[in-house]
Write a protein that binds this ligand. Structure first.
Ligand code: PGA
Length: 256
């Protein structure tokens, strides 16, 4: 894992944006795995400002709520179009977001996995992290080998997301999420985390044991992971000084 600690969320997201921009410039057919929530917003703002050619880029989102309409203000479909897709020249047919209204959700999940495979696999997967260590909506104790499927959210995640829905009762309890096994097959993962409320989850993911209790800790087993975080999210890392020293002493060509 490469731990990149930056003074602000914008600076940390800016590094992730440069990595993704390089991929898109080198491979116009890049396949991106994308995330929702507050965390990726500065990344998407940076990518929009870069004026990249998205015409052949293919995307797969991590997750979606079950049972709210696709055009609901808080659906991840709405989120992605408002915060990224409508600002770039991506083709609608190249956008994949789980369908939380599919008639047969287990079948839809199998097909989602198959579409990722047919697209050639994900080149870079963007991840946020829950305060409980979840990636996608793989809540603690999710199988580390899981594939795209239905999950029930924890009370903690419903409380964390109540800010978007106005009340905790209004947060849908069920979701479709890529599995941890799916995420681990991406060729590269970029985990973003900002703010002191993520510091504990980040410390567990980076320095703790590999355990399904902190699902992000499985990324220790992935060969290409960048963890781009701000100072507050790095606040509980015991080796923060070492991570800063390593990054500050990298040759420029190795930084992206
Ligand atoms: P947040 O959510 O970016 O809104 O904090 C992260 C997550 O739940 O993965």
């Amino acid at each position: 894992m490469e731990i990149i600690i930056q003074p602000s969320a914008e600076a940390a997201a800016g590094i992730a944006a440069k990595v993704i921009a390089k991929l898109i410039r080198e491979n116009p057919n890049a396949v991106l795995g994308l995330a929702t929530g507050s965390t990726p917003l500065p990344l998407y703002r940076a990518l929009i400002a870069m004026d990249l050619d998205w015409s052949k880029v293919v995307t797969f989102n991590l997750d979606e709520y079950i049972g709210i309409p696709r055009d609901h203000a808080q659906s991840y479909h709405t989120f992605m179009w408002e915060n990224l897709f409508q600002h770039v020249n991506i083709r609608e047919e190249n956008v994949h977001i789980p369908d939380g209204n599919a008639d047969d959700i287990p079948q839809f999940c199998r097909e989602y996995e198959e579409s990722i495979r047919l697209a050639g696999g994900i080149d870079i997967q963007v991840l946020g992290i829950g305060t409980d260590g979840h990636i996608g909506f793989n809540e603690p104790t999710s199988s580390l080998a899981s594939r795209t499927r239905i999950k029930s959210l924890t009370k903690q995640t419903c409380e964390d997301n109540a800010r978007f829905f106005g009340s905790v009762e209004a947060v849908p309890m069920h979701v479709i999420t890529m599995g941890i096994g799916t995420i681990m097959e991406a060729r590269q993962n970029i985990l973003l985390a900002f703010g002191a409320n993520k510091a504990n989850a980040i410390a567990g993911a980076v320095e703790g044991p590999i355990t399904s209790v902190n699902p992000a800790s499985i990324l220790q087993m992935h060969p290409v992971v960048k963890v781009c975080i701000d100072e507050a999210a790095a606040g509980e890392l015991e080796r923060a000084e070492y991570f800063r020293w390593v990054y500050d002493n990298k040759p420029d060509w190795q930084k992206i």
